[in-house]
Design a protein around this ligand. Structure first.
Ligand code: 26Q
Length: 832
């Protein structure tokens, strides 16, 4: 591992850390050790740790400033960081030290860590991916900065009331967070609204000037990102919106207290709350303002940092700066960069546009048509009128020079590739603007990237054959194995040494032991311990008793029709029916465990949650089936809950309609922790199957090509309903009041979507194949040695899905960052 930090204080002893915790409790928090609550102990522990973190933050900053090398700026509306204390303790190598120090103070480290609220500034996969990538960038010692929004409220807290999802506000920093550092010296101002005026210069050329109607301030909060080994600490910079003047005294004195107050409230609304929709575009003005606010603050910050080192010499800018757009959400950053260079730096258009084409790269995370972002032109015109001018200039150049050269006179292609979509009202296509500008566009798994080329952007691919590429997603093994599964981590340390958290391919050495009965026993024993721990969580959260001897079958992800939690439900109903028909049915006991939030406005998704909860209630209380089947839906699924569920999983449900899940990352976390996947040939499942081998995964269902063919020939779900009596029975079951006594039809919307509304995600077509694969799992699980072998091989063979590998792919193929300077080579350079 390369090191960028040359001198550092030695690691604290148990005594040092214990004293530091008490010192912070006494003097920073003003609390009393005898009466302090766990929350105060948690805060004091974070503050004690920050003494190490901040020192490394400063030295990393100095090193990077001195080296002045190319750095990546990762722009994302979402960062799902989860909890930071456990992770930072592990990454700094002081987890055991802290455990001992807290024990001496009479506290268990796990109780203290449980006090930390999750930093849930994201919806799901895309946001968690950004967090894993920050971890890997710091671990690999690359200079990187994450830019996002300092939401006051992250993703809503989920409660179930009589089985239905209720949303409550998330309060992750009600009284402040010990991890954040406010940087008032780097505040940015962001203009909004107003109009563009045209005047003429001395040569009679038109000069456009933007006269904004409002200015809001962006206040940066820095969250340190500690790399594994603690050499590099990068930052995640999150922007909070504030009114430009703290208070309008003029208005106040004139008696207009409410006006002054209103402006402040309006400005502060911008960073108030994370939009809880993923995959579906909301089209709301506030969301566009969020996107512009954070993009503008970030671009200004990037330019400010560059100018600090290079003044007005722009020749090095595209060598020093690369900006990765996490989906299209930060697209307006492109337009803001142009505006800044042209309007404020007086740069010629051609040069400014060239810079944009050299620095931006874009990651696509979805093919779903409804998720491709578009914005009404009138909203652009209202909120960022000057940016709309810039957009038209790009579009004119693109259509009249680029497209016209390749396809002369072809208006059909022009209409398709234009950044502007015509129609009832005109819309801005954010994806097209990204692809036209970016020097690289990547999908997030092999199949997804191929579909981006062939189905989503085929003409762009024909224009620029080297632009579209793939970087398969990955997850950090520090959080998703070492920290969340300490029992397995210890076994791995004993087997392959302690290097695996930074070199996951080392786990391949386990493969020869997959047949070793002693090793199998140890592996299964750890799984059993982890399952026991999850039993307690389930008891506490759902008041349901489950047995660790059962198969723990887990589906955790956002709730979406395309992810097909309702296909899982149909199979559960099938098993339940078989058990009622034959209580002696030979099946291994199974617990189906769900975790998922539904977007608050996504009616069918909420209906599916309700249905699973209602079926769970009935099944779990049915004594006739003698505990062979249990169903639990854990409320408020989030990163910290995932960390408890994943180590306990036997079976990982990855059952999206082929072609719909761009990659998936939960699939990787579960396999790494020894869960066996039941899945379709979709997203990264395909690559997981390649790595672990077809004997160690349960694949079923239509392929991407078969899905396309079926839809082309005219898919009719009724055909499956009429031909499969078991399927018919469970669908009809949803119509009555069996699961909702006294309320017939309460679950009928699911049946309707699958029959009357055409089953858009082909659940019925895949139903029988899914049931058969589940049957094979039931049989396989009973052969304990064979199952252990499969589980071990999953852990051993998924090294590819380490986010360090993903980051190295980005560095080599897209960002072209220099390899970090190691302490050794730095010393050599100085010496000679
Ligand atoms: C867009 C406009 C307005 C409001 C919200 C949104 C919005 C927000 C979040 C749209 C999409 C998202 C999130 C998408 C997401 O998480 N996609 C997932 O990304 C993962 C990482 O690449 C993949 O593994 C998953 O397959 C993909 O679904």
């Amino acid at each position: 591992m390369a090191t960028t930090v040359l001198t550092q204080k030695p690691m604290p002893s148990v005594n040092d850390l214990r004293e530091s915790i008490v010192r912070h409790l006494d003097y920073t928090l003003g609390a009393d050790a005898d009466t302090a609550q766990d929350k105060a102990w948690w805060t004091a522990t974070c503050m004690a740790l920050n003494e190490l973190v901040f020192e490394r933050l400063r030295s990393t900053h100095k090193t990077h400033a001195k080296q002045d090398t190319r750095a990546v700026n990762y722009l994302s509306l979402e960062f799902l960081m989860g909890r930071l204390l456990v992770n930072n303790l592990h990454n700094l190598g002081v987890f055991e030290t802290a455990e001992q120090a807290l024990a001496e103070l009479g506290h268990s480290i796990s109780d203290i860590c449980e006090e930390e609220p999750d930093m849930a500034l994201g919806n799901g996969g895309l946001g968690r991916l950004a967090a894993c990538y920050l971890d890997s960038l710091a671990t690999l010692d690359f200079p990187a900065i994450g830019y996002g929004i300092h939401y006051e409220h992250g993703l809503f807290r989920q409660e179930f009331h009589d089985g239905a999802q209720i949303e409550r506000p998330d309060e992750w920093r009600e009284y402040g967070s010990p991890w954040e550092i406010c940087r008032p010296e780097s505040v940015q101002e962001v203009p909004l609204f107003g109009e563009v005026t045209i005047e003429h210069d001395e040569l009679g050329r038109p000069v456009k000037t933007w006269c904004p109607g409002q200015i809001i301030r962006g206040v940066p909060w820095d969250i340190p990102v500690v790399g594994y080994g603690g050499n590099t600490v990068n930052v995640l910079r999150l922007w909070e919106s504030r009114a430009s003047q703290h208070f309008d005294w003029h208005a106040f004195n004139a008696g207009a207290y409410n006006d002054a107050q209103a402006e402040q409230t309006e400005a502060e609304t911008v960073s108030k709350v994370l939009y809880p929709n993923d995959e579906t575009e909301a089209g709301k003005q506030l969301r566009l303002i969020q996107q512009y606010f954070f993009s503008a603050c970030s671009i200004k910050d990037i330019v400010r940092r560059y100018k600090r080192a290079h003044g007005n010499d722009w020749s090095e800018f595209s060598n020093q700066v690369v900006i990765q757009l996490n989906d299209t959400h930060p697209t307006v950053a492109i337009l803001e960069m142009l505006r800044l260079l042209v309007d404020e730096e007086d740069m010629a258009w051609d040069q400014a546009w060239q810079i944009c084409q050299d620095v931006f790269a874009y990651t696509n995370h979805t093919l779903l048509p409804e998720a491709l972002e578009t914005w009404p032109v009138y909203l652009f015109e209202r909120v960022i009128p000057r940016h709309l001018d810039m957009l038209y200039l790009i579009n004119d150049w693109f259509l009249n020079e680029v497209v016209e050269t390749k396809w002369p006179g072809n208006d059909e292609i022009k209409a398709k590739l234009s950044i502007i979509e015509e129609g009832d009202y005109r819309k801005v296509r954010m994806g097209n603007l990204c692809v036209i500008t970016a020097f690289k566009v990547n999908g997030v798994a092999q199949i997804h990237s191929e579909l981006v080329k062939s189905d989503l952007f085929p003409e762009f691919h024909a224009l620029w054959p080297n632009k579209l590429t793939n970087v398969t997603n990955g997850v950090t093994p520090r959080r998703w194995l070492k920290a969340c599964n300490p029992r397995l981590a210890k076994l791995l340390n004993d087997e392959v040494g302690e290097g695996w958290p930074v070199d996951l391919e080392l786990l391949r050495q386990l493969a020869p032991k997959a047949d070793d009965s002693n090793f199998q026993r140890q592996f299964l024993d750890i799984k059993h311990q982890n399952k026991l721990a999850l039993c307690e969580v389930v008891k506490e959260l759902c008041d349901v008793e489950i047995s660790p001897a059962a198969i723990f079958d887990i589906q955790i992800k956002r709730l979406h029709e395309y992810k097909r939690q309702h296909l899982n439900l149909l199979h559960i109903l099938t098993l339940y029916k078989r058990l009622l028909d034959n209580p002696e049915l030979d099946m291994h006991p199974r617990v189906f465990i769900f975790g998922a939030k539904a977007a608050p406005g996504y009616k069918l998704a909420k209906d599916i949650i309700y249905a699973i909860n209602k079926v769970a209630e009935r099944v779990n209380n049915d004594e006739r089936i003698s505990n062979k089947l249990k169903v639990v839906f854990l409320p408020n699924y989030r990163v910290s809950l995932a960390e408890k569920m994943i180590p306990a999983a036997d079976v990982s449900e990855q059952i999206s309609t082929a072609g719909k899940e761009a990659s998936g990352t939960g699939n990787m976390k579960l396999a790494l922790n020894g869960a066996v996947t039941i899945g379709t040939l979709d997203g990264a499942n395909i690559e997981i199957a390649e790595e672990v081998g077809e004997d160690n995964i349960f694949i079923f269902g239509l392929t991407v090509d078969e899905v396309k063919a079926k839809l082309a020939e005219g898919y009719n779900p009724w055909d499956y309903y009429n031909q499969d009596s078991e399927l018919k029975a469970v669908l009809d079951w949803l119509e009555g009041d069996y699961f909702t006594p006294g309320h017939p039809g309460a679950l009928a919307s699911i049946r309707h979507s699958l029959l009357d509304h055409g089953d858009p995600y082909l659940c019925l077509a895949d139903f029988r194949g899914y049931c058969d694969a589940q049957q094979r799992i039931d049989e396989a699980f009973r052969d304990r040695a064979a199952w252990a072998k499969m589980a071990i091989l999953n852990t051993a063979l998924v090294g590819k899905f380490n986010s360090d590998r993903s980051i190295q792919d980005y560095v080599d193929n897209i960002w072209k960052l220099e390899p970090p300077v190691s302490a050794d080579s730095e010393a050599q350079r100085k010496a000679g």
